[in-house]
Write a protein that binds this ligand. Structure first.
Ligand SMILES: *Cc1c(COP(=O)(O)O)cnc(C)c1O
Length: 386
């Protein structure tokens, strides 16, 4: 029975504003419904302005952007790419598309992102085995900035180019500088669950004009300059349509207020869930000088207490209880080194993110949530933990 779906609280549903339809309407009126047109140019300019990076290429997905980004960094068959274990599979799949191998690195406990200590260990060990990692993928999970100074210093010391997967971190900042512009290539996602959405879409940003031109070329079937269809290398069909870019333009107008609201939701949860037993709102402190967009609010349940015979609540028990109240919650990303797909991939550490996965849960964090919705989540959590 679907009778209750009208009041289902989703984790992070799309939240449209007032102007998307204007841009889409204009695209249809003007017959610009192809993967070219003024909305694409406008959307790319909006992203450049928001991220403070000169070049942007709008693409069909964040995954496509990672795929092209790795090609731009020269990744090919037989190469190794450093990648956090604690992330969504889309971060690592494009490594495999290229016949390369992901080398997984554990998280640190403060930000949950790639651990600089483990990262150095991984680089030194790969070098000792005779293979220099071709690239490093940096992820800012749940919008929380990774430890950029330490990680970028390592990338520089060992001369490894960085691809910044900022799919979850649009609107997050380090020292007033927006995330996405710290690597040679940066990637955003406009999938339906992200802070802004085009229904499905992505973008690649860079300071390097030649890389941007190459990305645009590869995304349009690598068609050479010629009146006839001439091709010298393999290409892809990865350009965003002008219609979806219209949704993107309307969404980009809303970025500051969407970040503000996600941060308010996080602060509400932190304040109002403080008294609950066995549960803490996670990632409470942002690294000095940084600001998370608080894409999703996450909580951690206490580890089982050997002194106490009462069974510790599991995230799955809590999730199932919220489900009976028609509230969607989700486990944290399952670490990639624990995925059957990557069972054979090399890894450095893994215990930190495995523990987070065992104890964590993502709470509804959509920007259209009301204070009444927040109270509903709190009530259901209280019931689950009693
Ligand atoms: C969503 C996401 C992606 C992929 O983006 P799509 O637009 O869904 O292809 C990549 N990396 C991370 C960390 C993500 O959360």
């Amino acid at each position: 029975m679907r009778s209750q779906d009208y009041d289902r609280l989703y984790l992070s549903p799309p939240h449209l504003g007032r102007h998307e339809l204007n841009y889409v309407h204009k695209a249809i009126e003007d017959n610009w419904v192809a993967p070219a047109g003024p909305n694409i140019t406008g959307f790319e300019a909006d992203i450049c302005a928001a991220v403070g990076v000169p070049y942007c290429v709008a693409l069909t997905s964040g995954t496509a952007a990672i795929h092209l980004g790795l090609i731009l960094l020269g990744v090919g068959a037989g190469d190794e790419v450093l990648c956090p274990s604690f992330t969504f599979v889309a971060t690592a799949n494009p490594i495999v598309y290229l016949g390369a191998t992901p080398v997984f690195v554990d998280s640190e406990a403060d930000t949950w992102n790639i651990c600089p200590v483990r990262l150095r260990e991984a680089i030194v060990d790969r070098l000792a085995r005779g293979k220099k990692p071709k690239a490093l993928i940096l992820v800012h999970l749940y919008g929380m900035p990774a430890k950029l100074p330490e990680i970028l210093a390592l990338a520089k010391e060992f001369d490894i180019p960085v691809l910044e997967d900022a799919a979850e971190a649009l609107g997050s900042e380090w020292e007033q500088q927006p995330l996405g512009g710290f690597g040679r290539v940066g990637v955003f996602s406009f999938n339906g669950n992200k802070i802004l959405t085009t229904s499905g879409g992505g973008a690649l940003v860079t300071y390097d004009r030649a890389l941007a031109e190459k990305a645009r070329f590869l995304a349009t079937q690598a068609k050479d300059e010629a009146a006839h269809y001439q091709h010298s290398e393999v290409g892809y069909n990865y350009r965003l349509s002008n219609i979806l870019a219209g949704i993107g333009r309307g969404q980009m107008e809303l970025l500051p207020e969407r970040v503000k609201r996600r941060r308010q939701l996080f602060d509400w949860y932190r304040e109002h869930l403080a008294g609950l037993p066995s549960l803490t709102v996670a990632l409470a402190s942002e690294p000095a000088g940084s600001r998370s967009n608080r894409w999703l609010t996450t909580v951690l349940l206490s580890s089982p207490d050997p002194e106490n015979h009462a069974p510790a609540p599991t995230p799955e028990a809590v999730r199932l209880h919220l489900e009976t109240r028609n509230i969607e919650s989700r486990p944290l990303w399952k670490p990639l080194h624990l995925q059957p797909l990557f069972a054979d991939a090399p890894r450095y550490g893994g215990e930190v993110c495995a523990d987070l996965f065992a104890r964590g849960l993502c709470l509804p964090s959509g920007t259209a949530m009301t204070d009444g919705d927040l109270r509903r989540v709190k009530e259901a959590l209280t019931e689950a933990l009693e």
